[in-house]
Design a protein around this ligand. Sequence first.
Ligand code: GDP
Ligand code: MG
Length: 457
Amino acid sequence: NKRSVDNLRSPIVCVLGHVDTGKTKILDKIRHSHVQDGEAGGITQQIGATNVPVYAIKEQSKMVKNFQGNEIKIPGLLVIDTPGHESFGNLRSRGSSNCDIAILVVDIMHGLEPQTIESIGLLKKNKTPFVVALNKVDRLYEWKSHPENDIATTLRKQKQYVLEEFREKVNGIIVQFAEQSLNVKLFHENDDPETWISMVPTSAHSGDGMGNLIALVVKTCETKLARKLAFSENLQCTVLEVKAIQGLGTTIDVVLTNGRLKYGDTIVLPGTEGPIVTHIKGLLMPQPLRELRVKNPYDKFNEIQAAYGIKILAKDMDKALAGTSLLVAYNDDEIEILKEEVQAEVSEALGSIKLKERGVFVQASTLGSLEALLEFLKQSKIPYAGISIGPVCKKDVVKASVMLEHDTQWAVILAFDVKVEREAQEIADSVGVKIFTADIIYHLFDAFMKHREDLKK
Ligand code: GDP
Ligand code: MG
C-alpha cells in the first residue's frame, strides 16, 4: 500500500457560497455546459460531480501568466457543486467535509452574505484550504471583457473609474473577511500564499478570470495538498444519489475519493430497510466535463481508480441510501462487519433527527435532501412527526393517517423528489391524508401553507 507524491489523484473541489453568486454558472463555464439553465428553479438541489481532465485545465488556463500547463501533476479536478440556499446547510456540510479544496464564490457587488459566512465556518471547521472567486466583475459599470487575457492584464486595461469602483469593492470585501479573521488579497498581489488567501476576480458570464481561477486551484493543490493527494488504495467512497434510469434500473452515483472499484466487487451500503449487499454490474462515467447528474451517454469501465464521480449499476439498489459511505467486501468474512459499519453511520445520522408527537410526515429521495427539508421546516416552525426516505407507499399513508384522530392539519405527507405509489395515493384519497409532491422545497412549503389556510376557512 505505497503512497507517493508521484502518483496523485484528482482533488475533490467544492464550490461554495451564497445563493445566486454564480456557483453553478462557474461550473458551466468550466465544462461549457448549461446545467444552470436546466435546473428546477435554477437552484442546485443535489450534489453533482464533474470530472475536469488535465487537457481541459490546460486549454482553459493557457492565457494565464506564469502558469505552465505541461507541468501539472494532478490528473484533473473532480468538481462538486453544492446547493446554496440556507436550508441546505446539512447537504453543504456533507459536500464540503468530503472535499480537498474549495472555491468560495462571492458576488463582488454584494460582498459577504449569510451563506458565505456559513461556508467560511464549514471551511474553517474542516480546515479546508480555499480560494475566493470575486464573481460578476462584468457588473462593474463599463467593465470591458477580455476573457482571452490574463485577468491581471484585463484589469490594467480598464478605465480609471472602473478600476476605482473595483478597488472600492475589493477593499470592502477585504475588511469583511478580516471580520471573519481571514486575511485575503488579490491573487496577483499575493506574494505569500502561506499567509494570505487569494482572491481572483471572475465573470462566469463573460469568462474573465476563469483561467486564472482554475490555475490558482491547481497551484494551491500542488503546493498545499501534494501529500494528501497521494493516491491511496484504502477505499473512500460516498454515495451522492440514488436514481432510477430508464433501461438501467436503479443506479447509484458515487464519489470515489480514494482506492478503486472493480466490476464484480461485492459492495455493502446502507439502505432504507437495512444494509444492502450486492455486486457491481457496471461502472459508468459520463464523458469528461459532463456532469453525473445530467443525462449523457456514459462510458463503461472494468476498473476505476480514484478520484472520480461514478455511476454504479447493481441489483437491489432501489432502497439504497444516499449521503453515506459505500464499502467493498474483499472476502465473505468481512460482509457482516461491514453491514454493521454502514448501519452505524445511518443510525447516527437519523438518530440525531428529533421527531415531535404531532406534526407532518416528510419523505425525500436522499438523506441529504431529507435533512435539508427538515431544516427548512424547523426554521418555518412546522413540526414533523415522521420521516422516511424513498417513494411514498401504503405504510407511510397509514402512519400519517393516525394524525386524523388528533389534528387534520398534520395528516399530510410532504414528498420531496420522490414518487407516490398508486396504491398509496388511493388510500390517502379515501382516508383523507393529503400528499404534496414537489422537486423544489419552497413549492412544497407553499402548497402546505395554502392547505393550512384553506383548512382554517
Ligand atoms: P448559484 O446559486 O450560486 O449556483 O448561482 P447561479 O450559477 O445559478 O447564478 C445565479 C444568477 O447569476 C444567474 O442568473 C446567472 O446567470 C447569474 N450570474 C452568474 N455568474 C454571473 C456573472 O459572472 N456575471 C453576471 N452578470 N451574472 C452572473
Ligand atoms: Mg447553483
